[in-house]
Design a protein around this ligand. Structure first.
Ligand code: CP
Ligand code: NVA
Length: 302
């Protein structure tokens, strides 16, 4: 593994190795065992979109690994004024040991990896959010002990989260059911991947059907970053796609709820369901730190 660009690129074995290392790093952090695996290494973090969790967890994670994180807002970089990504990649490769980038187009992330000579980590694009899915898988395994026989249900937009969850969950052996309105389906590349999993993957426009006997219920915002002009139309399209009591009643009684955050209460999830599952949701947020540290050690460590 040279980069983390999308879940589609990872072998199941690589995912499990990252999760095992993440568990170990979490244990070490909780027990005061230092782990300076990235001493004297620098990570550049390019942000073309807002962030709370990704920025703070990468920055703190890099510090905990003994390295140096640099926050690079696209407002201040020449890339924001049109310097080509090919040139940015070749320049940054001469200063840094790794780049994390949050941007719009997946192609920009792929190009950064193609033209640069250091590891690139995708911190979210319109297409996918692999760092979040690694944290989600880590959280699921912590709570449920194993992935065996589990069913994941996603209700909402076929967006970057859905695209990555479908691939990650199927790769580790869980089954996956997604409910989204017509016109808001996951990406075609992801649908093609999922079609190879037979009845372990289902797509419906009926949330209750998707939630039936689910062990993990997941949602995300109806309008992702960059879709601000579609907010009102999306509120109408997604009105019936909320995680609420009747959806949870269709799932297993001990079903977990995950949300990558930020959450819009009373839109994609009710306040009641969110607060009833706050423990898992904030553990999931914490696990961003541990999962990303594992990714950085795998990609940037000796
Ligand atoms: N879940 C997530 O990526 O959060 P941020 O947008 O705050 O980084
Ligand atoms: N789908 C959301 C995820 C935010 C972490 C977005 O792209 O805005």
């Amino acid at each position: 593994m040279k980069h983390l660009l999308k879940m589609l690129d990872l072998e199941t074995e690589e995912i499990l190795e990252i999760l095992d290392l993440a568990d170990q790093l979490k244990y070490e952090l909780k027990h005061g065992i230092s782990h300076p695996h990235l001493k004297e290494k620098s990570l550049g973090m390019i942000f073309q979109k807002a962030s709370t969790r990704t920025r703070v967890s990468f920055e703190t994670g890099m510090y905990q690994l003994g390295g140096h994180p640099l926050f690079l807002s696209s407002d201040d970089l020449q890339i924001g004024r049109g310097e080509p990504v090919q040139d940015t990649a070749r320049v940054l490769s001469r200063y840094l040991d790794g780049i994390m980038i949050r941007t719009f187009e997946q192609k920009e992330v792929e190009d950064l990896a193609k033209y640069g000579s250091i590891p690139v980590i995708n911190g979210l694009t319109d297409f996918c959010h692999p760092c979040q899915i690694l944290a989600d898988l880590m959280t699921i395994r912590e709570v449920k002990s194993s992935f065996d026989g589990l069913k994941v249900c996603f209700i909402g937009d076929g967006n970057n989260m859905a695209n990555s969850l479908i691939v990650g969950c199927l790769k580790v052996g869980m089954s996956f059911s997604i409910a989204c309105p017509d016109g808001y389906h996951p990406d075609g590349q992801v649908m093609a991947f999922a079609s190879g999993y037979g009845d372990k993957f289902t797509l419906t426009n009926k949330p209750m059907e998707a939630a039936q006997d689910a062990d993990i219920v997941i949602t995300d915002v109806w309008s992702s970053m960059g879709m601000e002009s579609e907010i009102e139309a999306r509120k109408r399209a997604f009105a019936g796609y909320q995680i609420k009591d009747d959806v949870m009643a269709a799932a297993h009684s001990d079903a977990m709820v995950l949300h990558c955050l930020p959450a819009h209460r009373e839109e994609e999830i009710t306040e009641k369901v969110f607060e009833a599952h706050a423990k898992e949701i904030f553990e999931e947020a914490e696990n961003r730190l541990h999962a990303q540290k594992a990714v950085m050690v795998k990609l940037m460590g000796e």
